[in-house]
Design a protein around this ligand. Sequence first.
Ligand SMILES: Nc1ncnc2c1ncn2[C@@H]1O[C@H](COP(=O)(O)OP(=O)(O)OP(=O)(O)O)[C@@H](O)[C@H]1O
Length: 715
Amino acid sequence: MTQAHEGLGIASCRAIVDAIPDMIIRIGKDHVFRSFEGKVNELYRPEVDYLGKRIEDVLPGATAIRFVDTLESAFRTGQVHSIDYSLTLQQTLCFYEARLVRSSDDEVIAFVRNVTREKETEEQFHEYQFHLEHQMAMRSADLSAAENRYRNIFRHSGAPSIIVEQDFTISMANPKFEELTGFDCREIEKRMKWTDFIYPEDRQMVIRYHFARRSDADEHGAPAEYECRIIDRNQSLRTIFIKVGMLSETGRSIASIIDITSLKNTEQELRDRETLYSAILEGYEGFVYFIDRNYRIRFMNENLIHNTGGDATGKICHEALHNRSAPCLWCVAEQVFEGNRVRFEMKNPNDKKWYYSINVPVRMSDQSVFCQAMITDIDERKRMEEALRDSEAHLREENIRLRTSIEERERFGDIVGKSPAMQEVYELMLMAAASDTNIILYGESGTGKELVARAIHAMSSRQGSNFVPVNCGAIPENLLESEFFGHKKGAFTGAGADTKGLLDEADHGCLFLDEIGEIKPGLQVKLLRAIEGGGYTPVGSRRVIQSDFRIIAATSRNLTERVRAGRMRSDFFYRVHVIPIHLPPLRKRKEDIPLLAEHFFKAYDRKIRPTLTSRIMEALMNYDWPGNVRELQNVLYRFVTLQRLDLAGDAALPAPDPSVEATFPAASLPDAVASFEKRQISAALAQHRWNRTRTAKALGIGLRTLQRKMKAHQL
Ligand SMILES: Nc1ncnc2c1ncn2[C@@H]1O[C@H](COP(=O)(O)OP(=O)(O)OP(=O)(O)O)[C@@H](O)[C@H]1O
C-alpha cells in the first residue's frame, strides 16, 4: 500500500481497491513497474514477471513504445490518457484497456482492465451482424430477383392485367392493358382508379365485389371471375371477362382480363340474325320445314303448323304431313342430303293443289345435313296458266278441226281412215294435241300407235322439240336405265364416254314409250320421279338432272291387269293413263281398207302400181288382218313387187311370177341376208297371225330380238 492511501486507513484503502474492477499498477518515471494491486490475477501472469522491470523489457516492442508514449503524455500533461493493447499470454490473445493517471511527479497509476471477453463478445456480435447483413443482402437480392421476375411476367403477360390498390388506384398496368384501354401506363399507374374505367351501369357491382373480396365476412360475396363493361379512351364500350385474385396481406388485387367484345358482338349479331330469320320465316306466306336424315321434322313455320293443324316438330315427315308410311314418291330429300338443290312443281294428291317446292341442303355445325323445304302455293298461277293454255288449246283445236274438216276426215295427216272408229280417234287426238298431259295409246300391233303419237306431237305446243321413240320391249333389260338416264364414263364396262340419256333428248319434247308394260317397277319409280319434276340421276353420277318431257305411252297389253298382278305400279299407271286413246284393229274398220290401199299405192313407184281387181279387193276385205295396217302394208307391198297376194292361211292370188324373184338380186351378202331375214320374219308373222310371242318362239329367237328386227325391217 502507498503512502497516499495512509489517511484512509489500510483496510479502507484495500476495500476500495478491491471494489475497483481494474488492476492497479504503479509505474515510475523510469518506466519500472513498482507495484500490482486490485484484479491482478486478471493479468493471467504473476506480477513477478513484471515487478521491478522496465516496460521496454517486458512488453513486446510496438506495444512497449505505445505504452511508454502514453505514460510520457500522462507525466507531461497530468491528464488521464488511455491506451488499448493486446498481449499474447500462454498462447492466448488478451485485450486490455489502460487509463494512466499521474499520481506524483515521479509516478503514474495505470488502471488496467482485461477486456478480452468483451472484445470476444463484440467480435462475435460483429461477426453475427456481418453474417446477418450478408444473409439480408442475399435475401433481398433473391427477393428483388423474384420481384423482377414477377414484374416481368406481369408486364409481358398476354392478357391485359392490373394491380388494384385498396382505394381502387391502379398501381401497375401492363402493356396489354394499355392496348385495351388506349391509355399509357404513365397515365394510369398511381393516377387512375379502376372504377374510372368501368361503365357506369356496372360500377356498383364492381365496387361491391372489390370490398367483398377484401372483407373476411363477405369473402364469398365476390366471384373470382365475372363479366363487366369498360369504356376505353375513345369512349367505346368493351365487354371484358375478368379474373381477380388477392395478393396476400397487401390489400391489393391482381386482375387479368380477356376482351370478349367481338365475341359479345358476334353473339349479339347471331341473336339479331336469328330474330331476322325467324321474322322472315314467319312472314313467309308459304310453308317451310327442315327434316334430318331420318326424315324427322326439326322445324315448321307457323304457316305450316296452322295449315296442318298442329306442330309436328319431332315427328316423321311423311307420316305427319302426308299421312304415308313410307317417304313420298316425289320426295327429293335423299338428293338434298347428298348436297343437291332440287326445285319442282307438283300437284299435291291430298288437296289437289299445285305447289312449287325448293329443297336445299343446310349443313349444321356438327356436319350433319338437314333438308330445308320451302313450298309455295302456286295453284292460282297454275290455274291461270291452264286457262291460258286451254284458250290456246281451243284455238289450236279449232285450227286443226278446220284443216281436217276440209278433207272430210278421210285422213288426219298421214293417218288414213274415215270409219267412225277413226273419227273418234281423231277427236281424241285433237284434245290430246291441245293439252300437255300424258297420253296412252292402246291398240294391237300395227294399228298405227306410233303414227298417232307422232301426229299428236306434231300438232302440240312441243312440236319444236324432239319426239323420242323408245321401244321398251326391244332394249335389253340391263341397259334400260342407262338408255333412259344416260351414264358417266366408266359407270360400267363399255361406258367409254359420258352419254346422254333419252330423257335428256326429250327435254321440252315428247318421249314415246312403246310397250310401256315392259318397264320393270324399279325403273317405273325413277321415271315417275322424273315425270313429277324430281329429276333423275345418270348411271354412275351423283348429279340430279331435270328434264321437262311429255309422255305418250303405247301398249298392246291390258295394263290394268298388269297393275292388278303387281307388275305395274298403280301410281305410275295413273301418271301415264291420263288421256287414253284406243286404236281400233283393222278388222273392225274394214271400210278403210280401200282408202289405205290407195294411200300405200300412192307411196310406191307408179310404174309398177297394179290395179286392184274386185276379186283381190274381196280377198282383202274378207281377211281379218291380225297384223292390222302393218300387215296390209306388207301384203300390198309384196303384191306390188311380187305380183302375188299372199294372205296367211289363204291361197296366193294370183300365182306368183317366178321372174319377179329374179328381178331382186341381192346387191351384197349382207343385203341378201337382210332380205331373206325380212321375208322369213314376215312369213312367220303371217303364219302366226301376227302374234309376236308365238312368232318369236317359232323362229327360235327372243321376243325382244323379234321386236328389234321388226323395227329394223319396218315390219
Ligand atoms: N291409219 C293408218 N294410216 C296409214 N298408215 C298406217 C295407219 N296405221 C298404221 N299405219 C302404218 O302401219 C305401220 C305400223 O304402224 P305403227 O308402227 O304406228 O303401229 P304400232 O301400233 O305402233 O305397231 P307396234 O305396236 O307393232 O309397234 C306403219 O308403217 C304405219 O305407217
